[in-house]
Design a binder for this molecule. Structure first.
Ligand SMILES: Cc1cc2nc3c(=O)[nH]c(=O)nc-3n(C[C@H](O)[C@H](O)[C@H](O)COP(=O)(O)OP(=O)(O)OC[C@H]3O[C@@H](n4cnc5c(N)ncnc54)[C@H](O)[C@@H]3O)c2cc1C
Length: 285
């Protein structure tokens, strides 16, 4: 289908983009790589009057080393996330998960910021930034604000971003060398979309897991932290058996969807199995 008519601007700075967005009101929308928005426009599920294309703003691209954290520009593509040496060194979980998004064509155009702002519960990167304790950086007419990942994902396809705000970047705390990580996802062969995904981080100490973090993809309307598993894994032996036992609570408090790809009970089972595997891999078991 052909999208409905809209106006289009391609500003060269974040300030101009924010002004254009604010001027367009509730019916203006940002477009970055277009990998999620273009299908919605073509199906006429989204009908914005104005598209503000951030694809020409170089300030929104790339990775800055801030000392204790990395600031990753919202326009950084999945391909760049996968191949960036700073991300590989300090928050490799993000690179690992970005490498599982879709296919090379989508990864070359789709952006980290677009994936997070779109907030699809089946999207891989929201659960990853949640597990990494990342902070979103947004810019609106009244300036910049920081939003913790735990507060950013509000509901199905809904974030804490205001209609006149642009996501400019994601601040990810660096992980030390004693952290291991893994992203496990179960998906149909022909599509990379997660039926369930698990982002796991484990800090190892003397054959044990000193601290664990687990983010769940597609186990509710927003990405979730598996807090019962995190509590059970802390102090557990870094063995497959002990971590599989800790993963037993992976589906606690979740409300997985029912769709053609699986019933809620099937997803709960997947969450427990994948969490056990991901934690064991993260802990080097
Ligand atoms: C065939 C196919 C397969 C896919 N498979 C997967 C998969 O396996 N896993 C997965 O996670 N995703 C998958 N996706 C989704 C896709 O990779 C991401 O959702 C996409 O990369 C989003 O980034 P974008 O830059 O293209 O965003 P766009 O499509 O341009 O925008 C998406 C949404 O985010 C908003 N937005 C974008 N940038 C900003 C910003 N800087 N500030 C504020 N709002 C912003 C837009 O207004 C829009 O609402 C797939 C997509 C396709 C087409």
């Amino acid at each position: 289908m052909i999208p409905a008519k809209f106006d289009y601007v391609r500003p060269a700075s974040v300030g101009d983009a924010v002004s254009a967005l604010a001027g367009g009101g509730e019916d203006a929308k940002v477009i970055a790589g277009g990998q999620s928005l273009l299908p919605l426009l073509r199906l006429r599920l989204a009908n914005p009057d104005l598209l503000v294309d951030v694809g020409g703003i170089d300030d929104l691209k790339g990775v800055t080393d801030e000392g204790g954290s990395l600031l990753i520009g919202a326009r950084t593509t999945h391909y760049q996330v996968v191949h960036d040496p700073l991300i590989a060194e300090h928050c490799g979980l993000l690179a690992r998960a970005a490498g599982t998004v879709a296919d090379p064509a989508v990864r070359h155009r789709g952006t980290l910021g677009g994936s997070l702002a779109h907030a699809d519960p089946a999207g891989d990167l929201p659960a990853v930034v949640l597990a990494l304790d990342a902070t979103m950086v947004a810019r609106g007419p009244s300036g910049e604000r920081q939003i913790a990942a735990a507060d950013f994902f509000v509901d199905y396809l809904t974030t804490a971003l205001r209609p006149d705000e642009i996501l400019t970047g994601v601040r990810v705390p660096k992980l030390g060398g004693d952290w291991g990580y893994c992203y496990e996802k179960f998906h149909r062969t022909a599509q990379a979309w997660a039926i369930v995904g698990v982002a796991a981080l484990a800090r190892r100490s003397n054959g044990h897991v000193a601290e664990a973090r687990v983010g769940l993809t597609n186990m509710g309307s927003v990405p979730l932290r598996a807090s019962a598993v995190e509590a059970a894994a802390a102090g557990a032996a870094a063995t497959r058996e002990a971590l599989a036992a800790a993963a037993a609570g992976a589906a606690d408090g979740t409300e997985p969807p029912a769709d053609l790809h699986g019933a809620p009970d099937y997803r709960r089972h997947l969450a427990r199995v994948l969490t056990g595997r991901a934690l064991a891999a993260a802990a080097g078991a």
